[in-house]
Design a protein around this ligand. Structure first.
Ligand SMILES: [Zn+2]
Length: 138
């Protein structure tokens, strides 16, 4: 299955991620850097790629310095191994997601309008921040 955003009927455009990729060796680079960490090439360009991955680990945060999160503890967070290589930290939309689960990364705005990454069960519909809050109560 190819992930082409709008070219793929029935899937959200935001199931794709745009991440930098090295033109010399193909390494997907996250977090963003000016040179490739594998071959030191500066031939780096943004590429659209699948947002699918696997939940490597999860933790239910018990403390935060952010007042919003202080009122919503525990807050599930995890690390996701993307199919294209990088590992990213994401909020978990579903408090029941367990290690090894197939997930998509969805990009959305949090309660303060900041862009965040949220891991959702693979194939899920588009979520909003309000859904993230509800999912935590499962
Ligand atoms: Zn490279």
């Amino acid at each position: 299955m190819q992930h082409g955003g709008i070219a793929e009927k029935g899937r959200r455009l935001m199931t794709d991620l745009i991440l930098p990729q090295c033109g010399a060796c193909g390494t997907v680079i996250y977090p963003r850097r000016e040179i490739c960490p594998d071959c030191l090439s500066d031939d780096i360009a943004d590429q659209t790629m699948t947002a699918e991955g696997v939940l490597l680990a999860r933790v239910d945060l018990q403390h935060s310095l952010e007042p919003y999160f202080q009122d919503h503890m525990p807050w599930p967070t995890g690390t996701v191994q993307l199919k294209r290589g990088p590992v990213m930290i994401a909020h978990l939309v579903n408090g029941a997601l367990t290690t090894g689960a197939a997930v998509d990364i969805q990009q959305m705005m949090d309660i303060k309008g900041r862009p965040v990454m949220v891991a959702v069960p693979l194939g899920s519909p588009t979520f909003t921040w309000a859904d993230v809050e509800k999912g935590r109560q499962i």
